[in-house]
Write a protein that binds this ligand. Structure first.
Ligand SMILES: Nc1nc2c(c(=O)[nH]1)N[C@H]1C(S)=C(S)[C@@H](COP(=O)(O)O)O[C@H]1N2
Ligand SMILES: [Mo]
Length: 414
């Protein structure tokens, strides 16, 4: 092919497309008429093309997928003790319900192990049972997946598929006790009102659950409010399960039904390789048979540095605060350390107790850098059983779950 001829016939962008780009960027694109048709302006916020925003959420979420919507929180925006609702990550497997009517919303409790099936309207739940609020940390099982090598398929989550928000609702156990459950109950499974990406109305998007022991904990909620407001539509409006400390996939959104089971729940994404890891360590890249996989339960110990953020410039001789949050599934975090010399020496940080069980814990410390140059700050949490975060990506697994490697940020003294 004659490349010179091609370039001389190069087509330029149309005026209407240029106007759309300008509107998205919020500014006139000087020389925009010179843009070739097959190019888009990269945009001022370092992303490709006009920015996509998840409905009802902050435009600062990093979008990983728009069909279905999946977005994570930039880690420095997780700094507040309670994650703002608009900043909480979104992990959708299907299409959220539209035109939700709170007045007619019902929750059905059914299954082999209930004495009789019972249905409650949302209002009945609110009136009949005592209400509780807890700050609960929920983290996607695949948070940190992007670091695995060989890579795992699925959303390439960085560190921001985690949040700790205030949830208000009723205890799942109070509702289950009101219905009456049989002695043979071992598991619960949830069903939500979201629909399958294929459009097939008979296909269930996801239906996961927890053992009855987790369901019966005080903090296991059927919630209708987040941070004292209705739950954002993408996070499960008007009703969802919230199970702090476990992979967030057990916290069913748009909740319409709970099935009390006399065996381990077998809904879509409970079996096979979904939300499961090998029972024993395997070499990276191994094909692991389903029988050798086990269900993820409590999440491992982990922490993030939320201040400062990577790229911060520190003045000479300045002492500055470094802080973040730490959590450990069903357990508490007992110690928190940071290192500024790539893990050779570690300094113990101040660590707050959780606001309530299953809420993340604030940690902070003061750091002074000895001389000009580039530094990394590494953070490492240790749980109450003495288990610490690894400094490198831990146990490779086929679906890329449970990466709890130490968070690192880079700063410069100038
Ligand atoms: N009905 C329903 N519930 C769901 C999901 C879903 O796709 N549909 N995704 C699950 C997964 S994998 C995660 S990580 C959390 C995410 O909750 P969030 O979107 O509110 O952050 O919801 C869980 N509950
Ligand atoms: Mo998830």
């Amino acid at each position: 092919m004659d490349s010179e001829k091609n370039s001389s016939r190069r087509k330029f962008i149309s005026k209407s497309t240029l106007a759309i780009f300008s509107a998205a960027i919020g500014s006139k694109i000087v020389f925009g008429e010179n843009l070739p048709t097959d190019m888009e302006p990269i945009g001022l916020d370092d992303k490709n093309g006009p920015k996509k925003v998840i409905p009802g959420k902050s435009d600062r979420l990093k979008i990983l997928n728009d069909k279905p919507w999946n977005g994570e929180t930039p880690v420095h925006l997780l700094d507040p003790e309670v994650t703002p609702a608009a900043l909480m990550f979104v992990r959708n497997n299907g299409v959220p319900p539209e035109d939700v009517n709170v007045d007619t919303w019902t929750l059905e409790i059914t299954g082999e192990s209930v004495k009789q099936t019972k249905k409650y309207t949302l209002k009945e739940l609110q009136q009949k049972f005592k209400q509780y609020s807890y700050n609960l940390t929920i983290e996607c099982g695949g948070n940190g997946r992007a670091e695995f090598n060989p890579p795992a398929k699925g959303n390439q989550w960085g560190l921001g598929a985690v949040a700790c928000t205030k949830w208000t609702g009723v205890r799942l156990k109070d509702v289950l006790n009101d219905v009456g459950i049989k002695d043979d109950a071992v598991y619960i499974g949830y069903y939500g009102a979201d629909t399958h990406l294929s459009g097939d109305p008979d296909k269930v998007v996801i239906s996961r659950g927890v053992p009855i022991s987790k369901a019966m904990e005080d903090e296991s909620l059927i919630a209708w409010a987040m941070n004292d407001q209705p739950i954002p539509e993408m996070n499960g409006y008007p009703l969802r399960l919230v199970m702090g400390g476990w992979p967030a996939s057990v916290s069913g959104k748009w909740l319409t039904k709970i099935s009390v089971r006399n065996k381990v729940h077998d809904g879509p994404k409970m079996e096979g390789q979904s939300y499961r890891v090998p029972k024993f360590p395997v070499p990276p890249g191994t094909k692991v048979p389903d029988e050798a996989m086990e269900i993820i339960e409590s999440m491992p110990v982990k922490s993030i540095i939320t201040y400062p953020k990577t790229g911060a410039i520190v003045g000479k001789g300045k002492t500055f605060e470094v802080r973040g949050h730490a959590w450990a599934g069903d357990l508490e975090v007992k110690e928190m350390h940071v290192s500024i010399d790539f893990g050779v020496t570690w300094t113990k940080c101040d660590l707050q107790p959780p606001k309530n069980r299953l809420a993340w814990q604030r940690w902070s410390t003061k750091v002074k850098l000895p001389e000009f140059g580039y530094y990394e700050i590494w953070a490492r949490a240790t749980d109450q059983n003495g288990k610490s975060q690894p400094m490198v990506v831990p146990g490779w697994n086929p679906k890329g779950y449970l990466n709890n490697a130490c968070h690192r940020i880079a700063v410069k003294q100038a």
